[in-house]
Design a protein around this ligand. Sequence first.
Ligand code: ZN
Length: 409
Amino acid sequence: MPVKVEGVTLARRESAAAGPGSRALVVDLIRSSGPISRVELVKATGLTQPTISNIVRRLLDDGVVRETGDTVATGGKPRTMLVINSRSAYGVGIRVGADALTCVVTDTRGGTIGRELVAVSDDLVAQLAALYHHVTAGLGLAPQSVAGLAVVAPGPVDVARGRFLAVPGLEELDLRRELSALGVPVLVDSDAAAASVGEFWGRQVSRDRTFGCLYMNSGIGSGVVLDGSLQRGASSNAGEIGHVSVVRDGALCRCGNRGCLELYAAPAALVARARTIPGLADRLGVRPDDPYPRAFDVLARAAVYGDDQARALIDESASLLADGALTLANLWDLDTLVLAGPGFAVAGSRYVSEIRRRLGESAFSRHVHPVQVDLSSNPRDSAAIGGAALVLQGSVAPGHGPQVAAPQD
Ligand SMILES: [Zn+2]
């Protein structure tokens, strides 16, 4: 298998001096380019051969990477190839949704090895702990093999205090403290941030891509990953593209701004609009008490199957979202954009084609490079998978991921 290493590009973008970020850099290159040899790592990083040898030796000792057993002869000395050891650690991510908790366990390469979905109950903290125990015990995972648990939910999030400010029942609680009895590191982050890291990690995206992720669930958020690191802003609340005004002096949003994109394009808004169209909800079988995620899936399915009224609503949402995607692409000069989140689970292909079309026509950099737009391979679970990826990135590539704090006492 050819090794894709943009040695020149990386050498220019990364300092050649060994520093605290060198281990993260090497792990990230093995993750995205593996199988890869030590010689190729030297070329790709600009670090010296002894430095690479030392870092790789430590990674082998820690079990983070392994040698494949294959060697590649390139005229000189045969080269031993390195890959990420997928079974070195496991990450657990739980997404708190409007009506359900999704728990996913992944291995170090981002492969899902377990998944459980449960309806939300009154005592969220007890439910989070029970779900964690149930899933890890069901898989027979030893506590020491679990790198940690990330709980992800819609923002705003107070990462430093472990709180979700807009999730009923969790606004005042430090989840890291509440879940300390689990005995593994616990972190919290926004669903969009988690999904961005998860898509970057799981799709083996090369670190020299300028990678963006547009996440749609109850709201619309985004994340950008540069040189392997999520751009978090001051408090991990960056990328709130859903709270960019698209209607001047429009409706008042929960965030305090007016005319926000998510008031017009997100699933809850579309369901509310569908309910005001005479006869539509009845015709599609949407009941008055259906929670909006279910109602939105019904609406999206009807659009995919050609219902004119449903299709008009979804297409308008896709057009508004394309405005958001264009803003995101122009702000960051993205070359890759992935759509993730339950909002894209059913009618994602309609959103992808509209966003591709708009970026192809209007992206500021379109005459310099294209922007590749893809749909997540698992839009519904992307935030939970991303939670697991956040924990693993913080554990095996410290410096790129969040600080995975030790359990609180
Ligand atoms: Zn807003």
